[in-house]
Design a binder for this molecule. Structure first.
Ligand SMILES: Cc1ncc(COP(=O)(O)O)c(C=O)c1O
Length: 402
């Protein structure tokens, strides 16, 4: 680990600091403009001959410390901090794709990424193929002469499909194109895609990296040269920089990333086993379950199985709705990775932009819900789930006796 620490836990607390006046925590530097001692320094800074910031749309001092920390955590050369996960994803894709290019994308990708490619990307002449990336020959079959990148998410949102980053990176290396991996569900605490062969990692830092549900942010990690290009020519021009205030909050949140991820994983294992045994549940998706189709790849690539469990209730939309409405403290909400346990219904929420036929073909059924396990006592979470699932049974029984 960086800064001479043996463990990531210590690095998360002490690693990379640019403290002024002995301050124990990283100071916030909110300045937008930076002044120069003379005109020559201004010219050198703008031309890139001299290091440092001249205008806040390209970065700020607080963010710089955070970017260095994220780069070390992901074992990349450099990182770029942006204003949301979608800003990170769009910046990464636009850095490698232009008019006339094609990208291969894993089929069950985050709904926002799907929407970006199917609506905005096509307006700029970028074509795409959604492919079952668990099957390497399907990837080879989808390659076109103009394929310029492969984009995957593992585990995926919301079905927790796990992909073999190593084998997919062998394909991208052979084709000399980049492999971009969305590592949001794992965080660098549980999985390091660059070590497994990826070229670029993207994050929605809105989730586990910040971990407190009070910041929208994203990161791109990769080679120094690539990140420099993104900063100067995409992020800066589109105006997607992460503010110093938000960077500070993420620096604070990161200190407990290890503690949080360990607790999320422990609770998720218990909750997934509880759900798997429940008689109103049709199917549970969690990489830590023996029944998960990519259980062995998950064990090989991931240090922990994460805090997201998706499951399908028997009885489709009606049953899912009565279950959601019966929950007491678990909140119906879009995000994930927060201290609060959050639940959502992909078909009508995160993946509502997907045509029904396509959504159902992927397995995102009307009875599917995605649970982001928080940091509450696991017994309280199970109790809330149990009483709400009981509600489905009662609803079913009511129909039977009418
Ligand atoms: C896997 C994944 N990637 C990217 C995003 C987009 O992140 P943001 O909402 O920060 O733009 C999300 C949001 O839920 C996500 O779940």
């Amino acid at each position: 680990m960086g800064n001479g620490f043996k463990s990531m836990d210590s690095f998360l607390i002490h690693g990379i600091k640019n403290r002024k006046n002995g301050a124990v925590v990283q100071p916030i530097v909110p300045a937008v403009a930076y002044a120069f001692p003379d005109h020559d320094s201004a010219i050198a800074s703008v031309s890139g001959k001299q290091e440092g910031f001249y205008y806040g749309r390209y970065g700020n001092d607080t963010l710089k410390v955070l970017e260095e920390k994220i780069a070390v955590l992901e074992n990349g050369e450099a990182a770029l901090g942006v204003s949301s996960g979608m800003a990170a994803i769009s910046t990464a894709l636009l850095a490698f794709l232009q008019n006339g290019d094609h990208v291969i994308v894993t089929k069950d990708v985050y709904g926002g990424t799907y929407k970006f490619l199917t609506t905005l990307g096509v307006r700029f002449g970028i074509s795409y193929s959604f492919v079952d990336c668990t099957n390497l020959s399907s990837i080879w079959d989808a390659i076109q002469p103009n394929t310029k990148a492969i984009y995957i998410e593992t585990p995926s949102n919301p079905l927790l499909t796990v992909l073999d980053i190593c084998s997919i990176s062998n394909i991208t290396k052979e084709l000399n194109i980049p492999l971009i991996v969305d590592n949001t569900f794992m965080s660098p605490y549980l999985q390091k895609p660059i070590d497994l062969g990826a070229d670029v990692v993207v994050h929605s830092a809105t989730k586990y990296l910040n971990g407190h549900g009070d910041v929208l942010a994203g990161f791109v990690v990769g080679k120094e040269e690539t990140i420099h290009f993104m900063r100067k020519n995409i992020m800066g021009d589109l105006g997607q920089v992460l503010s110093a205030w938000d960077a500070f909050l993420i620096l604070r949140g990161l200190k407990t990333l290890g503690l949080r991820m360990k607790q999320h994983c422990l609770a998720a294992e218990q909750i997934a086993s509880f759900l798997e045994k429940h008689n109103v549940i049709e199917k549970v998706y969690y990489p830590g379950l023996n029944s998960h189709p990519q259980f062995n790849i998950a064990r090989k690539n991931m240090k922990g199985m994460g805090g997201i469990v998706s499951f399908e209730v028997k009885g489709g939309f009606q049953a899912a709705q009565s279950f959601l409405n019966a929950l007491k403290f678990i909140m119906i909400s879009f995000s994930l990775g927060d201290p609060e346990t959050l639940i959502q219904h992909p078909a009508t929420m995160t993946h509502s932009s997907m045509p029904e036929e396509e959504r159902l073909a992927l397995g995102i059924t009307d009875g599917l819900v995605r649970l982001s396990i928080g940091l509450e006592d696991v017994n309280d979470i199970i109790q809330d789930l149990e009483q709400a699932l009981q509600h489905i049974k009662e609803e079913e029984f009511k129909w039977l006796i009418v």
